[in-house]
Design a binder for this molecule. Structure first.
Ligand code: HEM
Length: 530
């Protein structure tokens, strides 16, 4: 009897031990593993905690991240936070908070997170957009600004005007004088590319079949696909950075393509200068002349000279495409724009840059396209370089700040019926987007598509001119129709950082009998810019 009890007792002790071990292992696992999945509620020494937000940490956000961010803004409010891996994101969805953090405290919130894919692998911390806040960024931005002030932009007016006429003519001719449907992406892409090539390298592509067009446009598309600020697992799961992944290989390849293509263009500018040619003022020339004084290495020169092509081609081309994609769904709005153009410009000539102030409805259409189809829904995240407390909420140094343009652009307090495309909301707004960004009341700003604060898009003036010329002239020349058999989706898009519509075709029907003569008058001439 006592032998049996001892055995039972022994078994019980063994079982107890096993259970205890299991509980201990489970507890240890939870202790170490749970924090990998659950947010850390960081607080400062005064007990201020980070802004509220979802409990779970995520490895990345799925496609269309602005939808997730918008949903969270409804749930957690105008300033909330979330984690991707170890990275804390703080999301700003309110105009006043955006002003307070990004503008009034711009000295703290103007750096960039050093993303593994975009900043470390593709741009190597350069090209202005990837540079951390500091002396080097300031110098590079100053160099770029020389080419982008309103005065400098006025100096390119002839180039922008010519490239725009050529785009219209190509669209007209390639659509067999407007009788056949056309996919506009290649032509809008070439227009904006030629503008940026002129500003950057004093050159252009001479025909719509120049292979350089597809080469640069597909590099830009690859860049947009690879550099989503919230979409790369490898940016947020560090061990993946130590092993070869497909994303890393694509990013490294893109980096070497940038060096080859943009480096090649810098070298050809250098050759022209050395041969005694009077190369017009352009970014590459400024960089070559200032290379020693500004202490720029070869990668700096290549990446800086690529900055305008990276920032200014798909963004402006994308807006022209969004305009073409959506305007066919609004015949009443087109009719009002046509009426304004007939009244102010007439049919004997194209609208010019000087007509902009006299065409408030066309300007309103452009602002409304930028509101409903901002090319970068999350702008380009900023990052903080010091701890900060906003309204009792702690934003630690190193947090990445997202300007939640989707929610800002759909705020009912600012935009009545925000999901409707309605240019009327901008009638009476006579400011350029650049002027509008500096208004005293941030709720009066037209939209946030160009970002905010010290890193606001430096290309804003030239972008507005490019968009005005293209959209006013497309409206002057054509009635734009969606094809009944090919409805265009305005919900889906391509790209994870900059976004452009999925490929689509439209019908560009000449609006009056002066269109043909205007198009025929434009002959593309092989010309070097001078
Ligand atoms: C519709 C056209 C455009 C839109 C919507 C746009 C939008 C933006 C946005 C949202 C940013 C980030 C701002 C921030 O961090 O707060 C940016 C930065 C930048 N953009 Fe644009 N952009 C456009 C056209 C252009 C053009 C034409 C150029 C060049 C000529 C350009 C060059 C740049 C550069 C170099 C940066 C980096 C600035 C920095 O980090 O300091 N962009 N742009």
């Amino acid at each position: 009897m006592s032998v049996v009890s001892n055995a039972t007792l022994y078994l019980r002790i063994v079982n107890l031990d096993a259970n205890l071990t299991f509980v201990l292992i489970a507890a240890a696992t939870l202790y170490f593993v749970l924090p990998l999945f659950i947010r850390k509620n960081v607080a400062d020494k005064d007990g201020n905690t980070i802004p509220p937000g979802p409990l779970m940490r995520l490895p990345y956000l799925p496609d269309y991240p602005e939808r997730t961010l918008h949903g969270w803004a409804q749930k957690y409010g105008p300033l909330y936070s979330f984690y991707l891996g170890n990275q804390l994101y703080v999301v700003v969805s309110d105009a006043n908070i955006a002003r307070e953090l990004l503008v009034n405290n711009g000295a703290i919130f103007s750096s960039r997170k050093q993303y593994f894919v975009k900043n470390q692998t593709i741009l190597k911390g350069r090209a202005i957009t990837a540079s951390p806040y500091g002396e080097t960024w300031r110098n590079h931005r100053k160099i770029a600004a020389q080419l982008l002030t309103p005065k400098a932009v006025a100096g390119y007016n002839d180039t922008l005007d010519y490239e725009c006429r050529i785009m219209l003519r190509s669209l007209y001719k390639e659509s067999q004088n407007g009788t056949a449907p056309i996919s506009p992406a290649h032509y809008t892409g070439r227009y904006t590319l030629n503008n940026m090539l002129t500003l950057s390298f004093a050159m252009r592509t001479d025909s719509t079949s120049d292979p350089l067009i597809e080469r640069i446009l597909s590099m830009a598309m690859e860049f947009n696909d690879l550099t989503g600020p919230l979409s790369n697992l490898v940016d947020f799961v560090e061990p993946l950075q130590w092993i070869p992944t497909k994303t890393h290989a694509r990013a490294a390849k893109l980096h070497s393509n940038f060096l080859e293509v943009y480096g090649g263009m810098v070298l050809s500018v250098k050759k022209r200068m050395e041969a005694g040619e009077n190369v017009p003022h352009c970014l590459a020339k400024v960089l070559i002349e200032g290379q020693q004084q500004e202490k720029l290495d070869w990668e700096d020169v290549c990446m800086l000279s690529a900055a305008f092509a990276l920032g200014g081609v798909h963004s402006t081309s994308g807006i022209i495409q969004w305009f073409l994609a959506l305007i066919g769904k609004h015949p009443d709005i087109q009719a009002r724009a046509h009426h304004e153009l007939d009244l102010v410009v007439g049919r004997e000539r194209w609208p010019d840059a000087e007509d902009e102030k006299s065409l408030p409805y066309v300007r309103a259409i452009i602002k409304e396209v930028l509101r409903v189809h901002a090319p970068f829904w999350n702008a380009t995240p900023h990052s903080s370089t010091e701890d900060f407390v906003y309204n009792g909420m702690y934003i630690p140094k190193g947090a990445a700040l997202i300007l939640n343009c989707f929610t800002l652009h759909h705020n009912e307090q600012r935009y009545e019926d925000p999901h409707t495309f309605n240019p009327d909301r901008y009638l009476g707004d006579d400011l350029s987007s650049s002027e509008s960004a500096h208004q005293a009341n941030p709720m009066d700003r037209d939209h946030w598509s160009f970002g905010a604060g010290r890193r606001i898009c430096p290309g804003i003036n030239v972008a507005e001119r490019i968009l005005f010329l293209a959209i006013s002239r497309l409206l002057w020349a054509f009635t734009i129709h969606e094809l009944p058999t090919e409805p265009i989706s305005l919900e889906e898009y391509e790209g994870t950082s900059g976004r452009t519509p999925k490929p689509f075709r439209v019908h560009l029907v000449p609006r009056h009998d002066r269109v043909d003569a205007a198009m025929e008058a434009e002959q593309e001439i092989s010309r070097c810019v001078d």
